[in-house]
Ligand binder design. Sequence first.
Ligand SMILES: N[C@@H](CCC(=O)N[C@@H](CS)C(=O)NCC(=O)O)C(=O)O
Length: 237
Amino acid sequence: MIRLPQNGVCQTKGLGRCGAPFYIIMLTLYAVDHSLYCSKTRLLLRAKGLVWQELVPPGGAGSAQYRALFPFGNLPGLLHDGFALSDSEAIAEYLEETFPTPAMLPQGLQARAKIRERSRFHDTRLEPALRGLFPLVANPDAAAVAQAMAAVAMRLDQLAVLVAAPHPFDLGDCGYPATFLWIELLAAVLDQNLSWPPAVAIYRSRLLAHPPVAAEMAAYLPHCHHWIAQKRGAIHA
Ligand SMILES: N[C@@H](CCC(=O)N[C@@H](CS)C(=O)NCC(=O)O)C(=O)O
């Protein structure tokens, strides 16, 4: 699958023999459709207006073939002109430095540090709490569901402090849209009444108003539904 630029910016562009524009695709994203961290990286590529091709890992994420490129076998994996990099945070920082426009980190040292703090809060606090809910979709044990939902709610309360003040879309935002979507979908599937802290609800609406976020969420939602239906036995893989 090849994604063309949203805003006309691409890495390399030229004119073919008939004057038609052509793009040289230098970025390959190894991803699977339902992966939350792949959505995070895809959102950054969209926000930067980059062109990329997207491939599923050859033989699956853990395969020897994929591990020859990405030794840990994890997703997403980025290939840029033969340079292979995994981990969504490492990829984000690399893309920011390689393609600095539009800038997704501000100038000030402390302002940048706060954005990284928000980004890592997603990867090391909120998402791991959400991760506790995924296995419960197929086996919804009531006590385990309540405990996992309480862990998510506790992290959302903490996040409210980090997102209380409005800010322009930045590097630290990219993980949140997909995670919020999963929290909403899994709370519904598991019959949980989750009350979102007001600051987080406002933050989420601000994110969704940003066109790259809206585009990524529209493309991502059907894959989430498909994953849930599979786990619930409604679809046989
Ligand atoms: N902290 C990592 C987490 C990535 C992650 O958990 N990826 C999952 C897919 S969403 C994965 O690769 N799972 C298979 C594995 O770890 O072997 C990142 O930011 O990239």
